[in-house]
Design a protein around this ligand. Structure first.
Ligand code: IPD
Ligand code: CA
Ligand code: CA
Ligand code: CA
Length: 279
């Protein structure tokens, strides 16, 4: 009989293994011509590689762990309702940064997270273009290519490098809120060091986990964008919250990831979010 720890190790190893295999496929496809489709609007892109990778990951993990549940972006887009229960549930984003993938901008990641009793236990975020494998298991720290990573200890918002995103919606009301948040952070009295938009929610969170940036926030994300990367931030010593400063609700479509609680509390006073339908 396996201990719980051995079981988690087995899940972790399986996730790293399939992330690497999927990474080969993404790497091979990266510089080739792509078959591009749109989903909710003209700026919400998907390629045949996104669909192929998700299918590959779910098929592989289901063969190993037939009793487990699965939530994936492209399955959800194809109409499969995301059900999040206490059952071990794999949460998968086959390519985070599809727009980057289409444009050959090298910030793309395969995200595989495992929740048990609705708590994240394992998180894998792999950028196959830069060959960066970010990993975390609850209680054991966060790593990039096997080297432990830590969040920034900067607590002063005016000294922060902030990451956010435009997102894929061009609804004027949503774009307005994005811009007014940006403006508030850019202008005095806050005047952050600078603001970055990298095009991958998960890699933004890995930047926070690595201490490259102090914080990341976005409204409009989905559970598959933040599940795997969230535990990486926490295990690197950071916090994941709702942008209002309240506890994070994985399905509520919004995230604030910061190097520390002090910084998160400062920025949350300035951030607005539009309520979106839950995952
Ligand atoms: C998107 C990226 C992007 C973020 C969007 C996500 P996708 O994921 O993470 O940075 O702004 O909110 O939907 O569609 O490339 O997997
Ligand atoms: Ca995504
Ligand atoms: Ca995706
Ligand atoms: Ca997408």
């Amino acid at each position: 009989l396996q201990t719980a720890e051995q079981e988690i190790q087995e899940y972790f190893d399986a996730a790293v293994d399939i992330a690497r295999k999927a990474g080969h496929v993404v790497f091979e496809a990266f510089h080739k011509e792509k078959n591009i489709d749109t989903k909710s609007c003209g700026t919400d892109l998907v390629t045949e590689t996104d669909k192929y990778i998700e299918e590959l990951i779910i098929r592989t993990l289901r063969e190993k762990f037939p009793s487990h549940s699965f939530i994936g972006e492209e399955s959800a887009s194809a109409g499969k309702k995301s059900v999040f229960t206490n059952n071990p549930t794999w949460i998968i984003d086959p390519i985070d940064g599809t727009t980057n993938f289409v444009h050959r901008y090298p910030m793309v990641a395969i995200c595989i997270g495992l929740a048990i009793n609705k708590q994240m236990e394992v998180g894998i975020v792999f950028n196959p273009i830069k060959d960066q494998m970010f990993t975390a298991r609850r209680g054991t720290g966060a790593f990039c290519n096997g080297k432990q990573i830590h969040c920034s200890s900067v607590t002063d918002l005016s000294k922060a490098l902030v990451i956010t995103e435009l997102g894929s919606s061009r609804d004027p009301e949503i774009v307005n809120v994005v811009m007014s948040n940006l403006r508030r952070l850019a202008e005095k009295p806050i005047a952050v060091h600078s603001i970055r938009l990298q095009g991958s929610a998960a890699l933004n969170m890995c930047s926070v986990a690595s201490g490259e940036a102090e914080l990341y926030y976005e409204c409009g994300i989905h559970v598959w964008d933040i599940a795997a990367a969230g535990i990486i931030v926490e295990e690197a010593g950071g916090v994941t919250l709702d942008p209002s400063g309240k506890p994070l609700d994985l399905l509520a479509r919004r995230i604030l990831a910061a190097g520390n609680k002090e910084l998160a509390d400062q920025v949350s006073q300035y951030l607005d979010c539009i309520d979106l339908p839950r995952d």
